[in-house]
Design a protein around this ligand. Structure first.
Ligand SMILES: [Zn+2]
Ligand SMILES: [Zn+2]
Length: 394
C-alpha cells in the first residue's frame, strides 16, 4: 500500500522523498509516545531530518527539536513552522496495517502527520530555500498544553518573526485547507470546585449540610452561564466532566468536588465565563449552607488568526494548491490548541488541513478509530514550506 501524492503536488515532491515521508509517518504511528515521553520520536525525527540534508538540529524543551534551514539572504525576517509530535493514552482500534505497537498509546490526534509534514517542509526548504532562515519546530507535549511554552521559554525561537502551523481535520477532504482570519480554536481553562458542608447519617439529613444536593443544584446552575449570561452570538462551553463525593449509600458526605472545562473564543467571553462561574458557585453555596472554593487553572488562550499572517497563508495555499483549495471553517471548533501560546508573542496563522480520503467518513479526533488520511502529509508540508517562503518575502 503506497499513498499517492495528490495530483496538484506531484511536481513538488521527488518520489524518493515522498516515499521516505510516508515511511516516517507510519513509523511514528506505529511507535506513539505520550506527552513529555517523546524520546524515540525525537530520535526518529532527527534521523529523518539528517537524511533530508538538515544538519542544524538542536534538542529543545526536553523532548523537542528545532531545525534551522538557512535562507538565501541575511537580514530577512526568520520564519517558524511548527509540528507537534505527541500521542494520547487510547487503545488504538483503526485496523491500519501500521497501527500502534504500544498498547494503550495512540496517535489519535494526527500528530504523527504533523511531525512528518514539518520534516517534509524542512526538506522542501532545503530544495528551494526561503529568503530568510526558517526554524522548523518539532514540539512535544501539545496534548497537555505545555510544549509550546517550553519551546518559547528555551529561547531557541526568539528570532522568529512569524509562525505557521496546522491541524489535520477529517471534516475536510485532502486538498482542502482552512486559512481564515478570526477565531480558529478555543481557550481551555480548567476549574475545580470543592463544596464543603457537614456529614451526617443518610436517614437524618436535617443534621447535615449536604454537598451532594448542593452539587446537583450547582451543575444545573452552571448551565445558565452559556444560556443566560453569554452573548448568544458568541460561542462558549461549560462542561462539568468529573464529580466526586460520598462513600456509602446511607452516608451524607462532608464534601463534593466538581471538575470541568471552560471554552471560549474571545478574551471577553473567557473572562465573563470564568468570572460568572465563580460568582454563581459562591452564591449558590451560600444558599445551601456550604463553603465553596473555586480554583481556576488558566490553559491556552483562544487562537485568533490576524489579518497579516492569514493573508500570507492564503497566498501560500493558492500558490501550491490553487485558490479553490481554500475552504471556510464553517462550524466553530471549540477544541483547544497550544499553538495559541506562540501567537501570544509572535504573529502567525493556524490552519485546518483536510484529512479525509475519498469516500472516507468523519471520525472524531481523540477516538480509538481516528487516523488522518496520508495525503494530508504532502498538503501540510507543501503549504507550510510555501508559507515560510511567502512570509519571508514580505
Ligand atoms: Zn489532540
Ligand atoms: Zn492535536
Amino acid at each position: 500500500m503506497m499513498t499517492e501524492v495528490p495530483e496538484s503536488l506531484r511536481s513538488i515532491f521527488d518520489p524518493v522523498v515522498a516515499g521516505s515521508l510516508v515511511e516516517l509517518r507510519r513509523e511514528l504511528h506505529r511507535h506513539p509516545e505520550l506527552s513529555w515521553q517523546e524520546v524515540e520520536t525525537a530520535q526518529r525525527l532527527r534521523r529523518a531530518l539528517l537524511d533530508f540534508g538538515v544538519s542544524d538540529v538542536v534538542s529543545v524543551g526536553r523532548t523537542g527539536l528545532v531545525a534551522r534551514i538557512p535562507g538565501r539572504s541575511r537580514g530577512a525576517p526568520t520564519m517558524g513552522i511548527r509540528g507537534d509530535i505527541d500521542a494520547l493514552p487510547i487503545v488504538e482500534d483503526t485496523g491500519l496495517p501500521f497501527a500502534s505497537e504500544a498498547h494503550g498509546v495512540m496517535h489519535a490526534c494526527g500528530h504523527d502527520v504533523h511531525a512528518s509534514w514539518a520534516v517534509g517542509a524542512a526538506r522542501l526548504l532545503v530544495e528551494r530555500p526561503a529568503e530568510s532562515d526558517v526554524l522548523v519546530i518539532l514540539q512535544p507535549a501539545e496534548e497537555v498544553g505545555e510544549g509550546a511554552r517550553a519551546i518559547l521559554e528555551s529561547g531557541a525561537i526568539d528570532d522568529v518573526k512569524m509562525i505557521f502551523g496546522g491541524h489535520v481535520d477529517r471534516r475536510f477532504a485532502v486538498g482542502q485547507v482552512v486559512a481564515q482570519e478570526g477565531p480558529l480554536a478555543a481557550s481551555t481553562d480548567t476549574f475545580t470546585i470543592v463544596l464543603a458542608g457537614a456529614g451526617a447519617h443518610g436517614a437524618r439529613p436535617h443534621e447535615s449540610a449536604d454537598p451532594i444536593v448542593g452539587a446537583a443544584a450547582l451543575i444545573g446552575a452552571l448551565q445558565t452561564l452559556v444560556s443566560r449570561r453569554l452573548d448568544p452570538s458568541e460561542p462558549g462551553v461549560v462542561t462539568v466532566g468529573m464529580i466526586n463525593a460520598g462513600s456509602a449509600s446511607n452516608i451524607i458526605p462532608d464534601r463534593a468536588e466538581l471538575r470541568g472545562t471552560i471554552r471560549a473564543t474571545s478574551a471577553s467571553a473567557r473572562a465573563l465565563l470564568t468570572g460568572e462561574l465563580r460568582r454563581i458557585t459562591e452564591a449558590l453555596a451560600l444558599a445551601y449552607g456550604l463553603a465553596a472554593s473555586v480554583v481556576l487553572e488558566g490553559g491556552t488562550p483562544p487562537i485568533v488568526n490576524p489579518a497579516g499572517a492569514t493573508g500570507i497563508a492564503r497566498e501560500a495555499v493558492a500558490n501550491v494548491l490553487g485558490a479553490d483549495a481554500l475552504t471556510p471553517l464553517g462550524t466553530m471548533n471549540m477544541g483547544g490548541e497550544d499553538f495559541a501560546a506562540y501567537m501570544e508573542r509572535i504573529p502567525g496563522c493556524f490552519m485546518r488541513i483536510g484529512a479525509r480520503e475519498a469516500g472516507g467518513k468523519t471520525i472524531p479526533a481523540h477516538s480509538a478509530a481516528y487516523y488522518a488520511a496520508e495525503g494530508a502529509l504532502f498538503v501540510g508540508a507543501a503549504v507550510l514550506a510555501e508559507c515560510a517562503r511567502v512570509g519571508a518575502r514580505r
